[in-house]
Design a protein around this ligand. Structure first.
Ligand code: 3PG
Length: 305
């Protein structure tokens, strides 16, 4: 079988070598397309592939049309909003993700951003400490749980809102369950967003929620830019000069926000939460192992379509 790893944003070299070893060790053919700049390159490389491993690369109907032999697509990561599941299913291909494999990396970045915001972007003016501050997690999945674990070390008081997670799971982690999203925003100095982009969540965080935040509130988004109502975000930042918005997921209107709000906003130039050697190895090797297992005996434990 031919397995293509197609990553516009490449994995660390050590992860690529691990993936290669796993694929070739199982007797399959490994091919690699990195840093492609043109969609035609992706379509050409995928054309004779049996399996495809990607990151945030867009896998749309065009890919399935160009690759009639494609049997499995594995998103080496958590969010699979970049993959057209309906097109995959129609083409008879299965789609999997690798949940949890890069969540510590994302969680650590949350604290990079929290400290940066608390220390006024390291500009030398007097900031504040994270200890004893309140932190609200919007969703208590794999990333949220890692954020809670690290927050305990900082001495923060952590709450979480997640209608899909039992209170007992939060309580066992020392996290206070909150059953009302408005309260999560109104009661926490920091709010960290960990929801996926779905039809229900897209555009769901806007002025109404953000303006509920207490004085000096910091909103951190390492999830997806699509969950923000960007016009509402700009209105909230305008109305509340004490608020900050730091995001790993550069908004569509990033330049305008930076121009208007300066150091009160910060955006990574490219999504960087999972961009560590460890996360690349964990997610990349898990993806390779899942492809190999699928070709061995049809195992599809992480199937999402
Ligand atoms: C994920 O959904 O796993 C993260 O957003 C990481 O995405 P990336 O692989 O494009 O860095």
């Amino acid at each position: 079988m031919k397995v293509l790893v197609a990553t516009e944003k490449p994995f660390a070299a050590i992860a690529v070598e691990g993936i290669r070893a796993e694929i070739e060790g199982a007797g399959h053919t490994f091919t690699l397309l990195e840093k492609y700049t043109d969609r035609a390159q992706l379509l050409a490389a995928t054309a004779d592939a049996d399996a495809l491993i990607v990151r945030s690369d867009i896998v749309g109907a065009d890919v399935f049309a160009a690759a009639p032999g494609l049997k499995i697509v594995v998103r080496a990561g958590a969010g699979y909003d970049n993959i057209d599941l309906a097109a995959a299913t129609a083409a008879g291909a299965i789609v999997e993700n690798t949940p949890g494999q890069n969540s510590n990396a994302v969680a650590e970045l949350v604290f990079g951003m929290a400290v940066m915001a608390a220390r006024n972007n390291f500009g030398g003016t007097s900031g504040f400490e994270l200890r004893d501050k309140t932190l609200g997690l919007q969703a208590f999945g794999q990333v949220g749980r890692n954020v809670a674990r690290i927050a305990a070390g900082f001495g923060m008081k952590v709450s979480a809102y997640d209608p899909f997670c039992p209170d007992s799971v939060m309580e066992e982690a020392g996290v206070r369950p909150v059953h009302d999203l408005s309260r999560l925003y109104s009661e926490n100095r920091f709010v960290s967003i960990h929801i996926p982009a779905t039809p229900q969540t897209v555009g769901s965080i806007g002025r109404g929620l953000i303006e509920l935040m207490p004085k000096g509130g910091v909103l951190i988004n390492t999830a997806r830019k699509e969950v923000m109502d960007e016009a509402g975000l700009a209105e909230a930042l305008e109305a509340r000069p004490d608020l900050k918005y730091f995001a790993d997921v550069r908004p569509s209107c990033a330049d305008t926000l930076t121009e208007r709000f300066g150091d009160r906003v910060f955006f990574t130039p490219k999504k960087t939460g999972a961009q560590t050697a460890e996360a690349n190895i964990n997610a990349g090797l898990a993806a390779a192992a899942q492809v190999v297992a699928f070709f061995n005996d049809g195992t599809d434990r992480f199937r999402v379509n």
